[in-house]
Design a protein around this ligand. Structure first.
Ligand code: PRP
Length: 285
C-alpha cells in the first residue's frame, strides 16, 4: 500500500508544533527524530526528518510528497512549490533591522548599505522591487551579530518575539512579509499520495478549526432566551434544552476564541448564568 512521504523539520522552531499537529490529527509516529525517517502506526504516512533549508529541493525532486515548512523558507527557496494549507503556528516576519543608534527616514536609506542575511533571494527581490542598490553579505547563522562586528550595516532575518533584535541592539525598520508554518506539496506528487494528502488536510482543517473555537454552555431564564440566542453565533444555531428547574434552559453553542470575552460580557448583561467554556478538539464541517 502506498504511503505519503512527508518532510518535517529535524530540529528548530517548527519541529515540536509539526509533530504536535500530526499527533492531534490522530497519527502516532513510531520512532523519534534521531532516525532519518519514521512510520506512522495508524495512517499511511512516512515522516522524513530533514534540514529546513533542504526541504524545498526534496519537494521539487519528488523525494518527499509533502512537507510542513515555514513560508519564509518557501519564499526564499521554493516559490514554485504549492502551499496546501496554512497551519497557524510558528508565526514570524521576515524583516530588515539596523542598529538602534542609526537614523532611519525611509526605505531609500537602505540603498547601497551592506545587508547580512541568510535570505539572499528574498532580499534581492525586495531591493529590486524598490529600485535600491544592494551590497549583499550571505551568512548562515547568527546574522544579528553582523552589524556589531562591523560586517554589515543592516540585517534581514526572521523576527518572532523580537528578543534577538533587542539583545543585539537592533531595530526593525522594514517588514518584508509575514510567515507561518504551512503544509506544502511536491509538484511530482502521484495520485495515491495526493489522496492521502487530501485526507491529512481534511483532518488538519478540523483540528485548526477546533483550535480557533470554544464550546460554550450556559443557563438562561426562558424570558431572556431570545436575546441570548441573538448574541450567540453558533455553527447553525444554538442548541436549547430545558433545565429541570422550570422557566430555565441550557444553551450550547460554539464561539470564535477571538470574540470570546466580548460575547461573554454581553451574555452576562443579558441574564446568562453558569457559563462554562470548553476547548474543542476537532470540528468537522
Ligand atoms: C531565528 C532567527 C533569529 C531568531 C528570531 O533563529 O534567525 O535569530 O530566530 O527570533 P526572536 O525574534 O523570537 O528572537 P532560530 O532560533 O530559529 O535559529 P536559526 O539561527 O537556526 O535560524
Amino acid at each position: 500500500m502506498s504511503k505519503l512521504k512527508i518532510a518535517v523539520q529535524k530540529s528548530g522552531r517548527l519541529h515540536d508544533d509539526s509533530m504536535k499537529i500530526l499527533n492531534d490529527v490522530g497519527i502516532s509516529i513510531d520512532n523519534g527524530k534521531d532516525q532519518l525517517k519514521a512510520s506512522a502506526g495508524n495512517f499511511p504516512l512516512e515522516v522524513f526528518y530533514l534540514r529546513n533549508g533542504d526541504i524545498p529541493q526534496y519537494l521539487r525532486d519528488g523525494v518527499v510528497d509533502a512537507a510542513i515548512i515555514g513560508e519564509n523558507v518557501l519564499i526564499e527557496k521554493g516559490s514554485d512549490i504549492l502551499i496546501v494549507e496554512k497551519l497557524g503556528f510558528s508565526k514570524c516576519r521576515v524583516s530588515i533591522a539596523i542598529p538602534k543608534s542609526s537614523t532611519y527616514k525611509g526605505i531609500s536609506d537602505l540603498s547601497g548599505k551592506r545587508i547580512a542575511t541568510s535570505y539572499p533571494n528574498t532580499v534581492r527581490q525586495y531591493f529590486e522591487k524598490n529600485g535600491l542598490e544592494l551590497d549583499l553579505h550571505i551568512i548562515n547563522g547568527s546574522v544579528e551579530i553582523a552589524p556589531n562586528i562591523g560586517l554589515a550595516d543592516a540585517i534581514c532575518d526572521i523576527v518572532s518575539s523580537g528578543s534577538t533584535l533587542f539583545k543585539n541592539n537592533l531595530k526593525e525598520v522594514e517588514i518584508l512579509f509575514s510567515s507561518e508554518a504551512v503544509l506544502a506539496s511536491s509538484p511530482l506528487i502521484n495520485v495515491e499520495a495526493q489522496q492521502i494528502l487530501n485526507q491529512l488536510q481534511f483532518r488538519i482543517k478540523s483540528v485548526l478549526k477546533g483550535r480557533q473555537s470554544k464550546y460554550i454552555l450556559l443557563n438562561a431564564p426562558d424570558d431572556k432566551l431570545e436575546d441570548i440566542i441573538k448574541i450567540l453565533p453558533g455553527m447553525k444555531s444554538p442548541t436549547v434544552l430545558p433545565l429541570a428547574k422550570e422557566g430555565w434552559s441550557s444553551v450550547h453553542s460554539v464561539l470564535n476564541k477571538n470574540e470570546f470575552w466580548e460575547i461573554i460580557d454581553e451574555l452576562k448583561q443579558n441574564g446568562a448564568e453558569g457559563i462554562l467554556v470548553c476547548p474543542i478538539e476537532k470540528m468537522v464541517l
